[in-house]
Design a protein around this ligand. Structure first.
Ligand code: ZN
Length: 309
């Protein structure tokens, strides 16, 4: 069966080394790919995920040292949440205190214990305690003991003027179904175990967001293959009148992009080929990987990029 859900989330951060330190040494994710922004090769593109970077586990960053901070607002992703075993929420609370990570008191969101925190650039994150998350495999090579490790993404919350038009695309094209409403938020779920939820929060009249460090650039949804992606793009054009880009080869997946009616940049990315296409699983993230069209410029690219410990 085709799995539907989030493929990855991509955000802006400040300094690359600080970003890498937080996501690997504090949150215990694996740096599964160290490459550059294909559209701006002077900037890293860092991918964090589970052991192999399966769809639904991936958070990626374009780190820009000294970037101005973004501002949360309408037309943006408000929060990116990860899954952890429910029994591990107390362990995580202690860890955030011990590591000096800015966080809030535990709250219940759609019946699940939720620990909200900020990364060093102010990116709004959450750890959600999910009863069955402990059954999913965990990366054993990380900075967090495997029993407590993050088990992929839980979902994202989008801040919108109104929710209806975005909801129609989630259910009509991207394979989601509405699963609940709580305090003005509407939750939709895909079928995949990770990256399952998109929650829409309608806050008409609120300020628009401003892009910068700590803000999400786009969220990507899964397509099983090129044909499924093409069918989704066709539906977006013909049934919703949206303009969708041509397919772009992102080396680890193939993507199309569109601006959804609420203003958030959406991508649809294929599950294949994945991150092991240009280096073995054991070595993921170790070396700077470049697509063939940038390989001739490797020396100057490497020279321009800051070191990551
Ligand atoms: Zn993307």
């Amino acid at each position: 069966m085709t799995e539907t859900g989030l493929h990855h989330v991509t955000a802006f951060s400040g300094a690359a080394a600080r970003n890498a330190e937080f996501y690997t040494a504090v949150l215990g994710l694996r740096l599964v790919k160290k490459t550059v922004n294909f559209d701006d090769p002077g900037t890293y593109h860092l991918y964090y995920g589970d052991e192999t970077g399966r769809p639904g586990t991936i958070l990626t960053f374009f780190p820009i040292a000294h970037a101005a901070p973004g501002r949360a607002g309408v037309g943006e992703t408000q929060e990116t949440a990860f899954r952890v075993p429910r029994a591990s929420i107390g362990w995580w609370t202690h860890r955030l205190i011990e590591k000096g990570v800015s966080h809030e008191a535990l709250v219940q969101v759609f019946g699940e214990p939720t620990l909200r925190l900020r990364d060093p650039d102010g990116t709004a994150l959450a750890l959600v305690g999910v009863a069955e998350a402990g059954e999913a495999p965990a990366w054993t090579g990380g900075a967090v003991p495997a029993e407590h490790a993050i088990r992929g993404m839980h979902g994202v919350t989008l801040l919108l003027d109104t929710a209806e038009a975005t909801g129609a695309i989630l259910t009509g094209v991207l394979g989601f179904a509405e699963t609940g409403r709580e305090g003005g938020a509407i939750r939709y779920a895909g079928t995949a175990r990770e990256g399952t939820f998109v929650t829409l929060r309608a806050v008409g009249g609120f300020l628009r967001g401003r892009t910068g460090a700590g803000s999400v650039h786009h969220i990507a949804f899964r397509a099983a293959d090129d044909a499924a992606q093409a069918a989704m793009a066709q539906a977006l054009r013909e049934r919703f009148g949206l303009s969708v880009t041509e397919q772009r080869d992102r080396q680890y997946f193939r993507s199309v992009y569109f601006r959804e009616p609420g203003g958030v940049l959406f991508e649809i990315a294929t599950d294949a080929p994945g991150f092991a296409v240009d280096e073995p699983v054991e070595a993921l993230g170790d070396a700077l990987k470049l697509p063939a069209f940038l390989e001739p410029h490797r020396a100057s690219i490497e020279q321009a990029l800051p070191a990551i410990a």
